[in-house]
Design a protein around this ligand. Sequence first.
Ligand SMILES: C[S@@+](CC[C@H](N)C(=O)[O-])C[C@H]1O[C@@H](n2cnc3c(N)ncnc32)[C@H](O)[C@@H]1O
Length: 272
Amino acid sequence: MLTKQEGSLVVVGTGISVAGQMTLLTRSVIENADIVFIGISNKVGENVVKKVNPNTVELNDLYTQGKSRAVTYQQMTDRIVDAVIAGQKVCAAFYGHPGVFVNPSHAAIKQVRALGLRAEMLPGISAEDCLVADLGIDPAAFGCQSYEATQFLFRDYTLDPHMTQIIWQIGLAGEATLGMLNADHCKVGLILYQEVLMELYPATHEIILYEAATMPLYGPKIQRFPLCELANCKPTLISTLVVPSLGLPDYHTGRLTKLGLTQEQVINYRKT
Ligand SMILES: C[S@@+](CC[C@H](N)C(=O)[O-])C[C@H]1O[C@@H](n2cnc3c(N)ncnc32)[C@H](O)[C@@H]1O
């Protein structure tokens, strides 16, 4: 007697340049799924996934003008979870890393697990990974603060200028409605960012507006300009803003003493 297949979910990330950055494991999960939900922001990427498994359903049709993105994310989650409940082996493929700043991926995994069914996430190459490679910035060298542009403006965060700042969704800075917008709406947000950053960095500090290549034969877009020109830059919906570190902070002598060390010793150890 045939027993009904139990539904399951694997959430995968296709990389930023989908044609070249999809891992072998992700490709195999896509290939072997009963159905693949696609949340990828460009047609080339969508087509790459469709070629691996033609049984796909797009998620981006759920974005509509005037509807809150929060509602859209809930609908995306429902679509994915409903297919799992129906007993399908489901793959949800998002561009980049599926767990980096993607709401429905985390929500769907949580809901599927709450139903007692199997759900897991595979990592993918995120915009931040591309940025580390393209800009030669090591996130651990100075430390790194990585956050969403609007949340940072809304909340009372503490910014450390010794750390590299990676600011996501700068093209929507200050946008509160979660509606369908384009990046022309962020002017006031950029002015505010410039003000906030200039309290901590010199006006001439070089900052970077970054876009990783989304297709294999294209290079990244890297615009470098002084902080005092931030308000005039023109980010797109896939721009990320990078504010390089001012350099390492002073040593913390109290903690060094507790470790039985002096500043001179640490400097000497680092030389040898
Ligand atoms: C909703 S998040 C998705 C991030 C994606 N999951 C990842 O792993 O990179 C969208 C934001 O990611 C960043 N982003 C997406 N594509 C990018 C690209 N090609 N280059 C640089 N940043 C990008 C931008 O900050 C954009 O506003």
